[in-house]
Design a protein around this ligand. Structure first.
Ligand code: NDP
Ligand code: MG
Length: 376
């Protein structure tokens, strides 16, 4: 059986580490050719020794030398790594816009891209969709669920539904939201994820980003992409069929399940280390409508999607800055929305290249920093 020759970008993050955990279970099926880290250069030797990788890319300016493997640097290093002829599969789990460059390169070279990184589709979805080669498989649980539900069934589906846990503040009244601290927001009720995405889950921005990604992945118009709050996070996605029947994808909330699915697609492999859903123990599954007034970033994401490029990129860029400021205790939880809304109102331009989008993102980030300076 042919082994998968994998490159893992963002190997030291939450998705990266869980991917390595899946690879650890299937050593006879996967070769790790190379990986990237940003600041955690101390992890390079351990990862390369355990998985036998020959290349590591450092995307930050940190210096690191190794006698055992080739060290590459920056965006060029990522592109060089994914372009190696022996590489057939690339998993993109970095943070930030840098993920788009290896994604586009791998797709152009007709490789499989397993995409976790959100910015790639949110900010550059139009550009990614222009490339007709390669295979793009989503890693995020909701999109993985929809990818599986829609396969060979797209013509039968009238709308798609993404579920959201509702985050830690699902039942917190509006006036209390001003007072919540980063420590409270980082306590996600069902998923164990990186800090930035955990804050985005608390504001529902994460779901807004996922609606935008779903649009670019599956091509349904914004009014056919629904969000339902489902606190248990057992159902990850649903499709409504033309005859009003629904199909749902369910699993225990563990990112290793969609990571494994993407890695071995179209094969579904047995992995007894993954927990199964105990329906009798859970007893019931609950559903609520998302509260657009307490969590206004979600309706703003729909608005960004309707307006099109560059609005999703502007929104995401301002949110990055606002979330970082909130994590540093510089602004209130509710100021995240204030910052994003203000940047949204100033979003301009008709970008025709990736560089144009990058420039808009840079300007929005500058604006958001100034705005935060004024309000903090
Ligand atoms: P983490 O913050 O846990 O990890 C981020 C990874 O990217 C680390 O390897 C980090 O390197 C690297 N990194 C950080 N900044 C940069 C940068 N500027 N350029 C290149 N690499 C960078 O994030 P997650 O694993 O949680 O998320 C990764 C991506 O996947 C995000 O886009 C997120 O939205 C998405 N995602 C995450 C899910 C989850 O469950 N965690 C679910 C679905 C999507 P280092 O540690 O060496 O500094
Ligand atoms: Mg998700």
């Amino acid at each position: 059986m042919k082994k998968i020759n994998l490159v893992l970008l963002g190997a030291t993050g939450s998705i990266g580490r869980q991917t390595l955990d899946v690879v650890r279970r299937f050593r006879d099926r996967v070769n790790l050719i190379g990986f990237s880290v940003h600041t955690n250069v101390q992890a390079i030797e351990a990862i390369s020794q355990e998985f036998g990788a020959s290349y590591a890319v450092i995307t930050s300016d940190i210096n690191f030398k190794s006698e055992d493997l080739s060290i590459l640097h920056g965006e060029e290093g990522l592109i060089e790594l994914v372009s190696l002829p022996e590489v057939d599969t690339v998993l993109i789990a970095t943070l930030g816009t840098i993920g788009v460059y290896p994604t586009l390169q791998a797709l152009k070279l007709n490789k499989r891209v397993l995409l976790a990184n959100k910015e790639t589709l949110v900010a550059f979805g139009e550009f990614v969709n222009k490339i007709k080669t390669g295979l793009l498989i989503p890693v995020d649980s909701e999109h993985s669920a929809l990818f599986q539900l829609l396969e060979n069934r797209k013509d039968e589906v009238s709308s798609i539904i993404l579920t959201a846990s509702g985050g830690p503040f699902r039942n917190v009244p509006e006036k209390e939201l001003k007072k919540v601290r980063p420590e409270d927001a980082l306590r996600h009720p069902t998923w164990n994820m990186g800090a930035k995405i955990t804050i985005d889950s608390a504001t529902l921005m994460n779901k807004g980003l996922e609606v935008i990604e779903a649009y670019y992945l599956f091509g349904f118009p914004p009014d056919k992409i629904e969000v339902i709050i489902h606190p248990q996070s057992i159902i990850h996605g649903m499709v409504k069929l033309k005859d009003n029947a629904f199909m749902a994808h369910m699993s225990y909330p563990d990112m290793r399940i969609p990571i494994q699915y993407a890695l071995f697609y179209p094969e579904r492999l047995q992995n007894t280390s993954l927990r199964e859903v105990d329906f009798l123990k859970i007893g019931h599954l609950d559903f609520e409508a998302p509260d657009f007034s307490r969590f206004p970033l979600l309706p703003l994401a729909y608005e960004a999607l309707k307006r099109g490029t560059p609005y999703p990129a502007c929104m995401n860029a301002a949110n990055d800055i606002a979330v970082a400021a909130f994590l540093q205790h510089r602004i209130k939880f509710t100021d995240i929305y204030r910052t994003v809304e203000s940047a949204f109102d100033r979003c301009r331009g008709k970008p025709t290249t990736l560089e144009d989008v990058e420039q808009i993102i840079k300007e929005v980030k500058e604006y958001a920093k100034e705005f935060i300076q004024q309000i903090s």
